[in-house]
Write a protein that binds this ligand. Structure first.
Ligand code: ZN
Length: 414
C-alpha cells in the first residue's frame, strides 16, 4: 500500500464515465494539497490532505511528492513502435529540401522501413522496442496503442504483432495492439494494389483475428496509399472478424477518410489535418474520436496543423498522441505534444491533458481502467517535477517526470 502526500495539485480527471467534450475538457478535477492512496494496484482514495491525513493506513509506504503535481500516466493512443533501423538519412534529405512524398517516390518512406524491418530478426526488434519503451516511460507515458504495419507480409505482420505482445509482457509499458497491414503498398505489389488488398482481407485479417493478435484494425486512407473503397473493404472485413476500427484520415490531402470513419462508426479517425467542418460534424454524429498528431506535422516541417479548436467547438472528444514512428514523428514525448497542442492548435493545457489521458483511454477501449485517478482505477500515475500542471506544456524540451508508477509499482525514478 502506498500513500503519496504533499501533492501541490492532484490532477485526478475524475468525472462522468465517458469521453470529455466541450467545456468539460477544461475541467481536470484538481485537488490542491492532495493525497493519493493506492491499494492492490488500484487507486483506493484521492482527496485533500485535511480530509485524508487521519486515514492514511499505518502500514502504508509514504511517498512525499515534495509539493509537486501528480497526474495519471499519459495514454498515447497512436504509435508505430516496432521497426527496423531508422530514417535519420531521410530526415537529413528533408532538411536539404526534399518533400516526404518525393522521398517516398524514390524508394524511401515507409517501404524503406519495411525493408529494414523484414531483415531484422526478432531479437533486434525487441532490443529496439525495449529502448523506445524506456523513452515513453521516462516521459510519463504508461500505456500506448501500438500498430504493426512495417512487415506487409502475413508472416512479418504476425511477427511484429508478436513482438508487440512480448514487449507488453517484458516491459513496464502497456501496449494495445492494432493491425495495420494496410499501411503502405509493398514494393512487390506495385501496380497491383487490389491484389494486396485481397491478401490483407483474405489472409492477414483472418489469421490476426484467429490468433487474437490485435484489438483494432487501422488503414492508411490516402492518395498513394489506399483509396476510400479499398479502405472500406478492409475495415469491414476487420469488423466482421471482431476487431474495432481506426483510420489514418485526411493527413496529406482531404481524401474522404473522415467521412469513411463516420460511415463505419470507427472508434477513431487519426491525423485530420485537412478535415473540414462538415467532416467534423459527421464524426461527431457518428461518435468517432479524432486523434490529432501535431508532432508529425512539426517533424515534417509542415504548417498544416489540424483544426483542434473547431473540433472541440463541434463537440468532438479530441485525443492527442505522439504518432511515434521512424518517418514522420520520431517523438515519444507527450509533454512536447502538449506544448505543440497549445502553441500550434490553441488547445489550453487543461484541454491537452484531458486529450492525452482520459479521452485517449476511451479511444483505446480502456476508459473504465485508466486515464484518471479515481477509486477502483489502475494506479498508473506520475510525479512531475513542477507545482502547476500548466508548466508541463510551458517548459518544453525537458523530461518532467520524476517518478512513474505502473499499477502502483514504481517503474522509473529520476
Ligand atoms: Zn500513424
Amino acid at each position: 500500500m502506498i500513500a503519496v502526500i504533499n501533492i501541490s495539485q492532484l490532477v485526478t480527471l475524475s468525472g462522468p464515465q465517458r469521453p470529455r467534450t466541450g467545456p468539460a475538457m477544461r475541467d481536470l478535477s484538481i485537488i490542491e494539497n492532495g493525497v493519493l492512496i493506492v491499494r492492490d494496484e488500484k487507486v483506493s482514495e484521492a482527496g485533500n490532505w485535511d480530509k485524508l491525513a487521519g486515514r492514511i493506513p499505518e502500514n502504508a509506504q509514504v511517498v512525499d511528492a515534495g509539493g509537486r503535481i501528480v497526474m495519471p500516466g499519459f495514454v498515447d493512443a497512436h504509435t508505430h513502435p516496432v521497426f527496423g533501423g531508422n530514417r535519420a538519412d531521410e530526415f537529413e534529405m528533408r532538411a536539404a529540401g526534399k518533400t516526404y512524398q518525393q522521398i517516398a517516390a524514390s524508394g524511401g518512406g515507409i517501404n524503406s522501413t519495411v525493408e529494414r524491418t523484414r531483415r531484422a530478426d526478432e531479437g533486434e526488434l525487441m532490443l529496439a522496442g525495449r529502448r523506445y519503451a524506456g523513452w515513453f516511460i521516462r516521459n510519463g507515458t504508461t500505456t500506448i496503442e501500438a500498430k504493426s504495419g512495417y512487415g506487409l507480409t502475413l508472416e512479418d505482420e504476425l511477427r511484429l504483432l508478436s513482438v508487440i505482445r512480448r514487449l507488453n509482457d517484458d516491459t513496464d509499458l502497456d501496449y494495445v495492439p492494432t493491425f495495420l497491414g494496410a499501411h503502405a503498398i509493398p514494393l512487390e505489389f506495385e501496380g497491383r494494389t487490389e491484389d494486396y488488398v485481397d491478401l490483407v482481407i483474405h489472409k492477414m485479417i483472418p489469421k490476426v483475428a484467429e490468433e487474437r493478435m490485435a484489438e483494432f484494425c487501422d488503414v492508411f486512407c490516402e492518395e498513394g496509399a489506399f483509396t476510400v473503397g479499398q479502405s472500406r473493404r478492409i475495415l469491414q472485413a476487420a469488423r466482421k472478424a471482431g476487431m474495432k476500427l481506426r483510420v489514418h484520415a485526411d493527413q496529406l490531402t482531404k481524401g474522404g477518410g473522415a467521412e469513411l470513419a463516420a460511415e463505419l462508426r470507427a472508434v477513431t479517425a487519426d491525423h485530420l489535418e485537412h478535415t473540414d467542418i462538415e467532416g467534423m460534424s459527421l464524426l461527431r454524429m457518428a461518435g468517432v474520436q479524432p486523434v490529432l498528431l501535431p508532432a508529425s506535422v512539426l517533424m515534417l516541417g509542415s504548417k498544416q496543423f489540424p483544426d483542434a479548436r473547431s473540433m472541440i467547438d463541434a463537440g468532438l472528444a479530441v485525443v492527442i498522441a505522439s504518432d511515434f514512428n521512424p518517418g514522420s514523428s520520431p517523438v515519444p514525448s507527450m509533454p512536447l505534444v502538449l506544448s505543440l497542442a497549445s502553441t500550434q492548435m490553441r488547445m489550453t493545457p487543461a484541454e491537452s491533458i484531458t486529450a492525452a489521458t482520459i479521452n485517449a483511454a476511451y479511444s483505446i477501449n480502456r476508459g473504465d481502467q485508466i486515464g484518471s485517478l479515481e477509486p477502483g482505477k489502475t494506479a498508473d500515475f506520475v510525479i512531475h517535477d513542477c507545482s502547476d500542471y500548466r508548466e508541463l506544456a510551458y517548459f518544453t524540451g525537458i523530461e518532467h517526470a520524476r517518478a512513474v508508477y505502473k499499477s502502483g509499482r514504481q517503474v522509473f525514478q529520476r
